[in-house]
Design a protein. Structure first.
Length: 501
């Protein structure tokens, strides 16, 4: 059974969330994915799954193939899933290269759809005689009619892509059709409505964080996760744009906070660089640059192995992609070191006066229903409190505490909360081990009203949401969360947790 089959279920679920009016039309597909067997097999009945590529050029035209003796029929690159295809998108990418010679490195995923389909097409296939028979004589049993479900993925063609030349047997020519002339009505309508342009825009953001004195903050990625980008390599901090990010600057601010609890003032755009993603596609990354000069060991790293200051002379001796090394060396040449020795706390205004220490602000959602409180079981790989129950929580970014609460509630559990319906009910002040982690102000807000049922929106961070009797909380539970819940129920508004100096 191909690995791509396991990816089809979440892709379909996300697609139906975006297109709820298609649930009835795709009920058969949902049933096929839940049933035993492999609906991606070429002989699967009564339904069969395929994947195709919607390749768009800079003029907002879609690539089509013209088969020989087709009578004018135009098709998009696509076909059945094979055992070696890791994902449904990999099937579409493979078919593009097989049928046109365009490698994945000349194709760019779109920020509108990323690895999700723009459309899932449905069409019925009439009965066909097997080889050796004819429709008139039927000397052997015909193959029954069946239904095709086609997952359609949008990809942009890079401007430097080689000339298209049909490679598949039986394909005579290629054609580019404007959105409104695409033969499939549903696909044509969705392309037009999406306003997906042919211009390639960055979908990820990374940060060149340096101290102005020749040191660069680099991130060692986990070598035991081969499915991530750059496993085991020294890299820049950053990640992909998410729906709540209005701009890529929002993306890099969020990623720095989520990955390392890091805030870098004065982030500025630096350049757009192309790298090769884990699926072989081209990934344009918006690079930002900013100054910071603190101690990496005091940051709360949630992804990867470690953060460290590195000087350019060490780059050749480190496991690092050539593109990353060239980028950093270019930046270093453009920003020569001042020659001053950086201090442990950093230069100028970034340094804190003696005795002053910045505090991290965390927000927490206290939901109570019928004397039960909502808790989430944190993922075992969480950098903090793995396999431990905790309330829904997050860190304040460039926002108010209530804005953070509303954002985190929706991102983590799909809950919609009006800021006017929350009230601050408890504060915990603590500095946890291991030292020297930064001190934290943990704000607990009660929501009087909310919309939605808790759902797992971030399964890599939370395994389950569950309502627990407030008098019989589960174990293990984050200690300061227990203290806050007990304090709220007792009418106390403040708790001082363990303080490590």
């Amino acid at each position: 059974m191909p690995p791509a089959l396991t990816r089809l279920r979440p892709l379909l679920a996300a697609y139906l969330d975006r297109n709820p009016g298609e649930r009835s039309a795709l009920a058969g597909l949902s049933a096929a994915l839940e049933a035993e067997g492999d609906p991606t097999g070429t002989t699967a009945l009564p339904s069969h799954i395929t994947c195709s590529a919607v390749v768009i050029d800079r003029h907002q035209r879609v690539l089509h193939l013209r088969p020989e003796e087709s009578g004018g029929l135009l098709l998009r690159p696509g076909g059945p899933v094979e055992a070696a295809d890791d994902t449904p998108l990999a099937t579409a990418l493979r078919k593009v290269e097989e049928e046109t010679g365009i490698a994945a490195s000349f194709l760019v995923r779109t920020p509108e759809f990323r690895d999700g389909p723009i459309d899932v097409g449905v069409h019925d296939v009439v009965p066909q005689p097997v080889e050796g028979g004819t429709a008139e004589t039927e000397p052997v049993e015909n193959r029954p009619g069946h239904r095709h479900y086609d997952f359609r993925f949008v990809l942009r063609l890079a401007d430097d892509a080689p000339h298209l030349a049909p490679r598949a047997e039986g394909v005579a020519d290629t054609a580019w059709l404007p959105f409104e002339e695409v033969p499939c009505p549903t696909l044509s309508a969705k392309l037009t409505a999406s306003a997906a342009g042919g211009a390639i825009v960055p979908v990820n953001a990374s940060a060149i964080v340096h101290d102005g004195r020749g040191r660069y903050l680099l991130h060692l990625r986990d070598a035991n996760k081969p499915w991530i980008w750059e496993p085991g390599c020294w890299s820049l901090l950053g990640g992909g744009r998410e729906p709540q990010d209005r701009t890529l600057r929002d993306t890099i601010v969020r990623e720095l906070s989520e990955e390392a609890g890091l805030t870098v003032a004065g982030l500025e755009p630096y350049a757009v660089e192309n790298v090769t993603g884990t699926d072989g596609t081209r990934v344009p990354i918006q690079l930002f640059t900013g100054l910071w000069s603190g101690d990496p060991n005091r940051l709360r790293l949630t992804e990867g192995v470690m953060l460290a200051w590195v000087t350019p002379e060490k780059f050749p001796h480190m496991t690092m992609l050539g593109t990353t090394r060239a980028l950093l060396e270019r930046h270093a040449a453009e920003h020569p070191a001042s020659g001053e020795e950086p201090s442990a706390d950093g230069p100028g205004p970034a340094a804190e006066p003696s005795g002053r220490l910045l505090h991290v602000v965390g927000v927490h959602l206290y939901l109570e229903r019928d004397d039960r409180v909502l808790l989430g079981l944190r993922h075992p790989d969480s950098a903090y409190a793995g396999r431990t129950w905790h309330v829904l929580a997050g860190h304040c970014e460039a926002e108010t505490a209530t804005e953070c609460l509303v954002r985190e509630a929706y991102e983590e559990a799909g809950l919609v909360i009006d800021p006017a319906d929350v009230e601050l009910v408890h504060t915990v002040h603590l500095r946890e081990r291991p030292a020297p982690s930064p001190p934290r102000l943990q704000l607990f807000f009660r929501a009087r009203r909310w919309e939605g049922t808790p759902e797992l929106r971030e399964p890599d961070k939370c395994l389950a949401w569950q309502w627990w009797n407030a008098e019989d909380l589960p174990e293990p539970i984050v200690p300061y969360a227990r203290a806050a819940i007990e304090g709220i129920r007792a009418g106390r508004t403040y708790t001082e947790g363990e303080w490590v100096r």
